[in-house]
Design a protein around this ligand. Sequence first.
Ligand code: GRG
Length: 296
Amino acid sequence: MIVQHELNHFINTNREKIQQELTHHLHQLDIPEQLKNSMIYSAEAGGKRLRPILLIASFNAYSDDVSKVLSSAVALELIHTYSLIHDDLPAMDDDDVRRGHPTNHIKFDEATAILAGDALLTFSFELIANDVYLTDNQKVQLIQLFSKASGPKGMVAGQILDMEAEKKAVTLEELETIHALKTGELFRFAIRSGAYLGEATREQIAHLDKFAHFLGLIFQIQDDILDVTGDAEKIGKPVGSDETNEKNTYVKLLDIDGAVEKKEYYVSKAKKELSEANADASYLMALVDYLSNRDH
Ligand code: GRG
């Protein structure tokens, strides 16, 4: 079993590696300066790097050679960053602050923010296609998984369903479909691609896939809970913003106690799937509680 300080060490050292790799790829780009600055601005604005850390933790169940998955992990973070830039645009959530800093379109302008998002999205696929650590077959598999998770059958579908559901009541089932697509698909990609590159068996990947689905929901429920009970400084946005913006959340549908109960149910489901995957996935196991109890 992994104890807290080992998990912290795992997270901090891998976050540092991801940061270095990300900086390396973006700073070497020979592209128009405004575009480069706006891409770097959002990518280096200080996110938690959860998705790449999950990818590495999943791979770590099979191999210690993190260099093999670093570019894929960075590609995943860049797609996540693109989604946040576009989500903050006036046409979508119209937010002025992200990760404690002015959003991309406030710092630069709307057109630049749209293009920075487009550039991060497309560049992430270039990173995978050019990754010298992957075989051609692995590149194709990864690009297929990644485009499905982030595209019209995944995150983009979740985003439009979320917009359509704004300011109207949704059922718990509808809410979970939105989250599974909008947030969950990138979590699933993280876990699935890490296991695939670690050469997990099909049976293991099937369990890890279900594990990732529950982990995405745990992350989202805690996000909703933090919006009510969290510390504004730590979560980087005002407490109660979901209620102010009439967002559909677990807390709105189930109250705090019901949301906590639901989260604990998914924690047990996630751990069961992970045990059944029968892999040496101690960091993934520790990350379940970490995500469930996070304060930001
Ligand atoms: C624009 C196609 C498109 C999709 C946007 C992910 C997303 C879809 C929108 C972000 C809005 C949001 C609040 C989604 C819920 C998931 C969530 C809390 C995302 C933020 O992820 P963190 O907490 O962020 O990992 P950091 O800043 O740490 O990277």
